[in-house]
Design a protein around this ligand. Structure first.
Ligand code: NAP
Ligand code: ZN
Ligand code: ZN
Length: 349
């Protein structure tokens, strides 16, 4: 077994503290990765707080992993020792259902194996994530990080990047399309950068005007405050082709649906603790659609990384040692981060 240093949450809502555990020796198709950086996603906070239910402890969060291959199993063909790689939100799936077959492992009919707070396909071994110094993953669930993407700024692409790239591609954001991004956090700021690179007109809908200048530098064409200025909802009525809601808190979806043009779609990616009520009129009045999307498949995640490399896109980050993780969680909850915390795992050993 491989000894691992990590930080874990031992009980719901508890602090994260130092935790030692072991990972399996690499099987024939496994890659051992020395983790160098791991982003802090708001989903980590939802799960250590058990806001979605079913959390298992001790929990080592982290699914925005970037590192270097340090060992490979005997039959590994895609990766060599020394290569720059990433791991996202899942480390396995059934590999035989129609979703897996189509490269949509995130929608695996049996449920994909989450990188942490999940159970391996043996049905009993808990998975543990990237707030740790090593991880062992089947090579088919590992991503290649292009050389020109700095590793710390690439780590959050594994979740925040793909979660926005996938719906923007699926709903064909591009020239002539008006895209609204609700919430300029870790996910939202990647949405602005990617939608801009795709050639869409991008509008940020943020609760205040505080992040306006930064959003414009990321490629936002327009910026509206939603809590501090209610006139925004009048001004933007019927305006957007696509809106992506990245908020970690519940909002009145009906108000935002009214901002969609005829046949427009609002895609929900944020997953707050509480559910939202929906009235039919905001949908039927302009043949609007409400949709959801979760991360992306392995092939699409690789495409996203290559797209980001081509368009010189990476995450805006604040690098921290693991010892600051509990403080960082509070700052994420207070939206006091520009725009993603990334843990430097050197601080673990
Ligand atoms: P984040 O960095 O904390 O960003 C969330 C944003 O929501 C904040 O920056 C803020 O934007 C807004 N917000 C937060 N608290 C608010 C409040 N009280 N009132 C109004 N607005 C508030 O979070 P994230 O990592 O981007 O994740 C966002 C959500 O997506 C989470 O629920 C997470 O679990 C979920 N998620 C889903 C997927 C998926 O595949 N579907 C993947 C990853 C994460 P402004 O300051 O601009 O208003
Ligand atoms: Zn995430
Ligand atoms: Zn499957």
């Amino acid at each position: 077994m491989i000894p691992v240093h990590s930080y874990a949450c031992k009980q719901a809502k508890g602090p994260l503290t130092s935790y030692a555990f072991e990972r399996r020796e690499p099987r024939d198709h496994d890659v051992v990765i020395d983790i160098q950086y791991c982003g802090i996603c708001h989903s980590d906070i939802h799960q250590v707080s058990d806001e979605w239910g079913g959390s298992a402890f001790p929990m080592v969060p982290g699914h925005e992993i970037a590192g270097i291959v340090s060992q490979v199993g005997t039959n590994v063909s895609h990766y060599k020792v020394g290569e720059r790689v990433g791991v996202g939100c899942f480390v396995d799936s059934c590999r035989k259902c129609s979703s897996c077959y189509d490269g949509l492992e995130q929608y695996c009919i049996e449920g994909c194996t989450l990188t942490y707070n999940g159970v391996e396909r043996d049905g009993k071994t808990p998975t543990q994530g990237g707030y740790s110094n090593k991880i062992v993953v089947n090579e088919n669930y590992v991503l290649r990080i292009p050389d020109d993407l700095p590793l710390p700024r690439a780590a959050p692409l594994m979740c925040a990047g793909i979660t926005l790239y996938s719906p923007l591609m699926h709903w064909k954001a591009g020239p002539g399309k008006k895209v609204g991004i609700i919430g300029l956090g870790g996910l939202g700021h990647m949405g602005v950068k990617i939608a801009h690179a795709l050639g869409a007109e991008v509008t940020v809908l943020s609760h205040s005007l505080k992040k306006q200048d930064e959003a414009k530098k990321m490629g936002a064409d327009k910026f509206y405050a939603t809590s501090s200025d209610f006139r925004s909802f009048e001004k933007l009525k019927g305006y957007f082709d696509l809106i992506i809601n990245t908020l970690s808190v519940e909002i009145d979806w009906n108000r935002y649906l009214n901002l969609l043009a005829l046949d427009g779609t609002m895609i929900v990616v944020g997953l707050p603790e509480k559910e939202t009520l929906l009235g039919a009129s905001s949908l039927i009045n302009a043949r609007r659609s409400l949709a959801g999307s979760v991360i992306g498949g392995i092939q699409e995640t690789q495409q996203m990384l290559d797209f980001c490399s081509k368009h010189n896109i990476a995450c805006d980050i604040e690098l921290i040692p693991i010892q600051k993780v509990n403080e960082a969680y509070l700052r994420v909850i207070n939206s006091d981060i520009r725009y993603r915390f990334v843990i430097d795992t050197k601080s673990l050993v």
